[in-house]
Write a protein that binds this ligand. Structure first.
Ligand SMILES: [Mg+2]
Length: 123
């Protein structure tokens, strides 16, 4: 299913429930943030090793998938309401990051800036 088809699915879901008045950019951005927090909560207090194996537990895996779907839903809905072409935005951002973090740059390899040790990998 294409991104546009997913957005149409979500727009239809909202329209059939008369939720459009609530789907303002502010509300959608806040909902997106809340769902990102719910996704993060699935990993809260796990060790790095436990987090890497989170999909091994069917119940936990389901919870992670559902929170990821929530995040995607609100991002797609926000982009639809703001008329943002997410595919174009993503391609632009990757191009920007390609220039900021050249793959052949030694600093990019370990994710730290050689000058001051700050993180340069977007983490
Ligand atoms: Mg959720």
């Amino acid at each position: 299913m294409s991104m546009t088809a997913l957005q149409d699915l979500l727009a239809d879901f909202a329209a059939r429930r008369d939720w459009e008045p609530f789907h303002t950019p502010k509300n959608l951005a806040m909902a997106l943030t809340g769902e990102a927090g719910e996704l993060a909560a699935e990993f809260q207090w796990l060790t790095p090793e436990e987090a890497a194996r989170v999909m091994d537990d069917p119940d936990k895996a389901h919870a992670v998938r559902m929170e990821m779907a929530d995040v995607l839903s609100y991002l797609l809905r926000l982009a639809d309401v703001l008329d943002v072409d997410l595919e174009a935005a993503l391609k632009e951002k990757v191009a920007i990051n390609e220039r900021r973090f050249p793959a052949d740059d030694a600093a990019a390899a370990d994710g730290t800036d050689a000058a001051d040790g700050t993180d340069t990998a977007g983490r």
